[in-house]
Design a protein. Structure first.
Length: 489
């Protein structure tokens, strides 16, 4: 039977990951269809959005969606973490995060994508797919009807429910989340975060005028205990939540096991995974939505590159590198943050989460090998010198400079005009990742000058022929600070 619709890209799932990819691919001129199984708005956990979300909305030309309705901005936070004494972190210090109603937020984004040309099937459940002559044929079930959609790409953004556990590897120990709501007027109007001996607790007013409390603890706590029992035990004795424990209505509670994982073959034959279908993050940072959307923007560039230039290998490498980078940087941040909490290393919950963790898999894939290698590699830390530019410039001006022997030049995919192109990047132990550009300036041509016998001043002067003097000085100091430009003495 011929397909009902032919499109460039079929996206499965209209969470932030799927819809963000749709918006970007539509803006890049592609034909996009999306299947979402639930009618919207549907309930969804994950309403506290980190400040970085704003750049993404500006980039998608969707800024208005964050400013409307009852969303809560400028929430201060009260935190018990490194010590048992509460600290206040002002809204200005926290950055411009926002507390949204996820049902409404996801619906607004999806409506915008439809306005911009998305072909939407909703409610329509993705059931299966097969490859026919290098293209995907997918079966969607809409009520009793089966619809066939043919596409060059499938972007699977089905969230946590979308994949088999055996195709994932855990990147943190599992945690149990238990949550419920109180009337907002019995709790403070701030976000509350508290470390306890057996886990941590997060609470916040919500746009629906309630106060949401979520506890995170080890699944072993449930052995021989009930969910309400564990929840109450975690809240009682805390600084911020003990009153909530007393006034709680038990029937309100919900729970889920929070697995933090990576898919072990996220890209196969033009079938790519996005958002929590690709990887999930420990909820500690409240950056799940931001990271999911950011990764979708990167995946959209990879797809656009193949559709416009056919450079498949480069696109897949770029997609996988960005995914590995996102998982590793988040895991290192999270474990360091767990390590700072006051209960300390003698408590099993905190000890197990204070070091980066990656599980073994019975069937290691090439992607898993790359991920686990990067995971266990010691995190390089560059020098952190405080630089007085005026003084240092005078001191270094006549110093002879050479390039670090640890510096490697490497061809790497860079985003140029929305497609990937190979550029020469530098790789060095003091850089967290390969770097082709600094302040939008291509670095490798600059370093060819520094490769010859030259003083610091001569290098700055040479670069000043093509850059403003102040920028040449900034770049020279950045590279000197990282020990990439080295003084000979
Ligand atoms: C307890 C907990 C607390 C969290 N708190 C935060 C937080 O405070 N801040 C934050 O940023 N993140 C938080 N997160 C993470 C956040 O919820 C996720 O990062 C985010 O929802 C991922 O978006 P997504 O688009 O990948 O998936 P989802 O939002 O889950 O969307 C997937 C969509 O796919 C659809 N779907 C599934 N199967 C099919 C199918 N077969 N056919 C068609 N459609 C299908 C689903 O209906 C759904 O709409 C939290 C997570 C947990 C577990």
């Amino acid at each position: 039977m011929p397909p009902e619709q032919t499109t460039d890209v079929l996206i499965i799932g209209a969470g932030p990951a799927g819809t963000c990819a749709a918006l970007r691919l539509l803006a890049l001129g592609h034909k996009v269809a999306l299947a979402e199984s639930e009618p919207f708005p549907r309930p969804q956990i994950g309403e506290s959005l980190s400040p970085g979300i704003r750049n993404i909305f500006d980039y998608l030309d969707a800024t208005d969606l964050l400013t409307n309705r009852n969303y809560l901005h400028q929430l201060n936070a009260q935190v018990v973490w490194e010590t048992t004494t509460p600290q206040t972190v002002s809204a200005a210090q926290r950055g411009p995060g926002v507390m949204v109603d996820r049902g409404q937020f996801d619906k607004d984004l999806l409506d915008l994508a439809v306005q911009r040309g998305l072909q939407l099937y909703q409610p329509a459940r993705f059931e299966s797919c097969k490859q026919v002559d290098g293209r995907w044929q997918s079966q969607l079930r809409q009520y009793t009807q089966l619809i066939t959609v043919e596409s060059k790409f499938i972007l699977d953004a089905r969230g946590r429910r979308g994949n088999n556990m055996q195709d994932r590897v855990l990147t943190a120990p599992p945690t149990i989340a238990i949550w419920g709501h109180l009337p907002a007027d019995v709790m403070p109007a701030d976000t509350l975060v508290e470390a306890t001996e057996k886990g941590w607790i997060w609470g916040s007013p919500t746009p629906t005028r309630q106060f949401r409390v979520i506890t995170f603890t080890d699944p072993r706590e449930l052995k021989g205990n009930t969910v309400p029992g564990v929840f109450h035990h975690l809240l009682s004795g805390t600084r911020f939540f003990h009153k909530a424990a007393d006034s709680w209505k038990i029937n309100d509670l919900q729970t889920c096991t929070v697995f933090t994982y990576a898919h072990t073959f996220p890209w196969q034959d033009n079938y790519l995974r996005l958002g929590e279908a690709a990887f999930s993050l420990d909820p500690l940072s409240s950056t799940g939505v931001e990271k999911a959307m950011r990764f979708s923007l990167q995946a959209a560039i990879a797809v656009n590159t193949i559709l416009k230039t056919g450079h498949k290998d480069m696109a897949q490498t770029f997609y996988e590198d960005r995914m590995i980078e996102s998982i590793c940087s988040h895991t290192h941040w999270t474990s360091a943050y767990y390590a700072q909490a006051w209960p300390g290393q003698q408590r099993a919950f905190w000890k197990e989460r204070s070091v980066p963790f990656i599980d073994q898999t019975p069937a290691p894939t090439a992607f898993y090998e790359r991920l686990s290698h990067k995971f266990t590699a010691p995190k390089e830390k560059g020098p952190e010198r405080r630089i007085n530019v005026q003084q240092e410039l005078q001191r270094l001006w006549h110093e002879q400079i050479h390039l670090s022997s640890a510096l490697i030049f490497k061809e790497t995919p860079c985003v140029i005009d929305d497609v990937l192109q190979l550029r020469t990047a530098i790789q060095h132990p003091n850089l967290e990742r390969e770097m082709a550009y600094l302040e939008t300036v291509e670095i490798s041509p600059l370093l060819s000058v520094a490769n010859k016998e030259a003083t610091f001043g001569a290098i700055v002067q040479e670069w000043s022929k093509v850059l403003p003097f102040e920028q040449a000085v900034r770049i020279a100091f950045f590279l000197w600070d990282k020990d990439i430009l080295c003084t000979t003495a």
